[in-house]
Ligand binder design. Structure first.
Ligand SMILES: [Zn+2]
Ligand SMILES: [Zn+2]
Length: 419
């Protein structure tokens, strides 16, 4: 007698963040994502109640990580050693590059890299990763087969980023005969069914307008790990005849993409340069990674040169860097663009940043688009997949699924169901 594939969403049926799914077949199990809930502290958050996660009983065969966002990997530091974490090769290199720079940065000690569309087995589970369009670089959905059943986990997806063509190709020939689709719904409740998100191309054009009308430096506050956005900034910079300046953190993340088409401070990209703020110079020494700066030789812009370079430069910044740029007298005629979630503007660093812009007479505007699919692209995704059962995940609005998609089956956190 053969067993049945069983599924438990430990967290994610009614929230964005902390995603964690356990799959079980004949006493063997795998876990998909192990995220930190939004606004949660690592120390104060318990691991989900999964057999073998605390002490080995041989049943947990590994953990699949869909991409490098903390709402998907944030609880990994609590995982006992000896459990393999399977993730994209570039996700791993970006996590490693970012780790010294970000609070709570982490690299899984037993990491195993998977490749797009290269099927691999973990015991009775057959897994095929599918590279997707998302604001997180190297993000995947998973086809998971066991005991003759087929489950698809969407991961975080969108259809309006720089990998939009990939999204369209996926819709033309998606995995077939899907019994259960776990699909994200981040945009539900944020956007009406008829509204669309701006595309990364539209973001690029708006950035270009700002760069063209600004006489001084253009500062773009965005996540260096939102590689699509960095590419939009770079392309707009190039079109406006400007160079792109990045700090050591962004430089290391961009290098870690190990992707030919991504701009980075290396020989092939003469218009990408490195500016190291004073505070970062101290930080690099403290962390014992000051030798990094040697690798930027010949590509540095120093504070004394900045006032002169400002008019032909765009800089990726984080809010704390503004003070450094003011001290370098580089803000005459400058513009600042907030190119990340506007919720951060209500937090202390965001409020201070806007205030500092006002004091320094720096123009401020928001140019941003979501990392997640709008409802129409989610509908196209669901229609293409034709799953027998569509289970909401990674959403604050699971109740909206029934009105938008076919075959919706809602479940609750911690409850087991059959595929
Ligand atoms: Zn994500
Ligand atoms: Zn997410």
């Amino acid at each position: 007698m053969t067993g049945q594939l069983k599924i438990c969403i430990h967290r994610g049926t009614r929230e964005i963040g902390g995603s964690c799914v356990e799959l079980e077949y004949e006493g063997k199990r795998i876990v998909v994502d192990l995220g930190l809930p939004l606004n949660a502290e690592l120390e104060a958050t318990e691991l989900p109640n999964i057999p073998s996660i605390h002490s080995p009983d041989g049943s947990l065969l590994g953990l699949l990580l869909s991409h490098g966002h903390r709402d998907h990997w944030g609880l990994l530091p609590k995982l006992r050693s000896g459990i393999n974490v399977h993730l994209g090769r570039r996700t791993l290199s970006i996590m490693a590059a970012a780790a010294p720079f970000v609070p709570g940065g982490y690299v899984p000690p037993s990491a195993v890299a998977y490749e797009d569309k290269k099927t691999f087995d973990l015991g009775p589970f057959r897994i095929t990763p599918h590279l997707m369009d998302h604001s997180g670089f190297d993000a995947y959905g998973f086809l998971i087969e066991a005991g003759g059943r087929r489950l698809y986990y969407s991961g975080d997806i969108r259809g309006h980023g720089r990998k939009a063509a990939l999204f369209e190709r996926f819709l033309v020939a998606p995995p077939t005969d899907i019994d259960v689709l776990l699909m994200e719904g981040s945009s539900l409740g944020r956007l009406a069914a008829v509204e669309r998100f701006e595309t990364e191309n539209e973001i690029e054009n708006r950035l270009l307008e700002t760069m063209r009308r600004t006489s001084g430096i253009v500062l773009v506050a965005c996540s260096a790990q939102n590689i699509d956005r960095v590419v939009s900034v770079y392309r707009a910079a190039k079109r406006s005849g400007r160079q792109m300046l990045v700090d050591a953190y962004a430089a290391e993340v961009l290098k870690a993409t190990d992707t030919k088409s991504i701009p980075k401070p290396t020989d092939e990209w003469s218009d990408v340069k490195v500016y190291i703020p004073q505070a970062q110079r101290r930080f690099l020494k403290e962390k014992n990674i000051a030798a990094l700066v040697d690798t930027y030789k010949g590509r540095r812009v120093f504070p004394e040169a900045l006032p002169e370079e400002a008019a032909k430069s765009v800089m990726l910044i984080r809010p704390w860097m503004l003070r450094d740029l003011a001290l370098a007298r580089a803000l005459t005629g400058a513009s600042a663009v907030w190119s990340q979630w506007d919720g951060y503007l209500k937090e202390e660093a965001g409020i201070k940043f806007q205030e500092a812009c006002r004091v320094a007479s720096v123009d401020f505007e928001i140019i941003h688009t979501s990392g997640h699919a709008d409802p129409q692209d989610l509908q196209r995704f669901a229609e293409a997949m034709k799953a027998k059962k569509l289970v909401p995940i990674h959403t604050f609005q699971p109740d909206q699924f029934e009105g938008l998609f076919a075959n919706v089956a809602r479940v609750v956190d911690g409850e087991w169901f059959h595929a």
